[in-house]
Design a protein around this ligand. Structure first.
Ligand SMILES: Cc1ncc(COP(=O)(O)O)c(C=O)c1O
Length: 441
């Protein structure tokens, strides 16, 4: 179970999320079903915002990284918590705008932003664009000249700190498609180039060192490197950055082996980052920059679960037992992508002890279509409701219509009440954009 008690086992032995009985949710809304706990999302936004308020005089902003989970309702929630958002595509930007999110509190990312995406950003008045290439600088500058506006920008920098889930390394060289490296001098060159742009207003820098990271020192080291670079640019180019965006990446609990994080742990992580920013600003006699962070997974990941119904069960004697569900890689491709680990629970018999080790298979025509491998469960039966935990991030946002399966709906629960925030797709939705040309009719 996650550490934050959004999940409980009730007197009927059913799994509950945000006060709602998951067996009832499965009955009412059908499966597969994504369920998000609103309070969890709010608590996380508050935890981060509180740390900026208490430890940094409120001189910063939490930008929810909406690639983790994007739909109109989530923009409404984070807006009401006073956060900004990070968007990485025209689609995310459009969704946020449609939800009424103020463009001024948006930060647009992307290593290859399309002309249409830059146009939408410029027209809607996006607060910050994080530029990640020379062509983008040229195109954005020309666009702003045409529209008679100035755009505030950050440059995406690679500080040479690469964090992996349980360790971090410092690298002089990087082969990432993102950012400009401090070590090889390209970060300095693009800074000089950006400063010469008449219609762009360089405010500072951005970095993002990875995702699902638990070590505070990786983030603190990135902060240290970024401030050292800022001091260097002040010395060499006379440019003093006033904004520093340190990206996202803080880890969450998925399965045994992952640390269970409390609210206090998330606050402590941000406090450590803030302490590193302050200390280095002081050491380099730099003004403390306006601080942006972009947590995605840690805000929504553990807020979400996916409910499935158990169907076919297949045992390969002495090899493996598969429990197949009515979802699969179309609602959660993370196992297929990188063997992601999850915890599964029989939601209708959540109080029973596990008795066997099984793999949860999806219904797609791919042998790699596994939802989670080697999980401990009580003996599952056809019709059981299976809950996979910590699916709030990078599940719905990565879903597809593979095999022409419908993307499952999303419900938001609060105090036991559940509402759709994404309606079910119908087969009609799936064929909506199909066209049969005249010659095939
Ligand atoms: C630039 C940037 N910011 C923020 C994030 C969010 O990271 P996470 O969801 O791990 O917090 C990502 C994720 O890839 C990212 O690329």
């Amino acid at each position: 179970m996650n550490a934050r008690k959004t999940l409980k086992i009730n007197q009927l032995g059913h799994l509950e999320i945000g006060g709602a009985d998951t067996v009832e949710l499965a009955k009412q809304f059908g499966t597969p079903l994504y369920v998000m706990d609103e309070q969890y999302i709010r608590d996380m936004c508050r935890a981060y915002s509180d740390a900026i308020r208490s430890d940094y005089n409120g001189n910063g902003l939490v930008l929810y990284a909406s690639k983790a989970f994007s739909c109109m309702a989530v923009y409404k929630i984070v807006q009401s918590e006073g956060c900004g958002v990070d968007v990485v595509s025209g689609g995310e930007l459009y969704t946020a705008l449609k939800a009424g999110f103020p463009a001024a509190k948006m930060c647009l990312h992307g290593n290859n932003k399309l002309q249409g995406e830059l146009e939408l950003a410029a027209e809607s008045g996006v607060g910050l664009v994080v530029v990640d290439s020379y062509t983008e600088l040229d195109r954005l500058d020309a666009l702003c000249a045409e529209k008679g506006r100035k755009q505030e920008i950050l440059l995406r920098i690679n500080p040479g700190v690469e964090a992996h889930t349980h360790r971090f390394i410092q690298t002089a060289k990087t082969d990432s498609k993102f950012g400009f490296s401090i070590a090889d001098g390209t970060a300095e060159k693009i800074t000089a180039y950006a400063l010469a742009k008449k219609n762009l207003f360089l405010k500072g820098y951005h970095c993002h060192i990875g995702s699902q990271i638990f070590e505070k020192q990786s983030f603190a080291l990135a902060a240290e490197k970024m401030l050292a670079f800022m001091a260097d640019m002040r010395g060499k180019l006379g440019f003093t950055a006033t904004v520093l965006n340190l990206g996202g990446g803080y880890g969450i609990w998925y399965a045994e082996g992952d640390a269970k994080q409390s609210i206090a742990d998330y606050t402590a992580y941000l406090r450590a980052v803030i302490a590193a920013v302050k200390e280095n600003a002081k050491n380099y006699s730099l003004p403390e920059p306006y601080l942006l962070i972009e947590p995605g997974r840690s805000i929504v990941g553990e807020a979400g679960i996916t409910l499935y119904t158990v169907g076919a069960i297949k045992e390969i004697p002495s090899v493996k037992k598969y429990v197949a569900v009515d979802g699969g890689m179309f609602d959660n491709p993370r196992y297929a992508l990188y063997q992601a680990k999850y915890t599964a629970i029989l939601a209708n018999r959540a109080d029973e002890k596990p008795t066997e080790r099984v793999s949860i298979a999806g219904k797609c025509c791919e042998s790699g279509d596994i939802v989670c491998a080697d999980v401990e469960l009580p003996a599952a039966k056809e019709g059981d409701v299976l809950a996979v935990l910590s699916t709030g991030a990078y599940n719905y946002s990565m879903a597809s219509n593979y095999n022409r399966n419908a993307v499952p709906p999303v419900v938001l629960v609060k105090d036991g009440k559940a509402d759709y925030i994404v309606k079910p797709q119908t087969y009609e939705d799936i064929v909506r954009n199909d066209v049969i040309p005249e010659r095939l009719r």
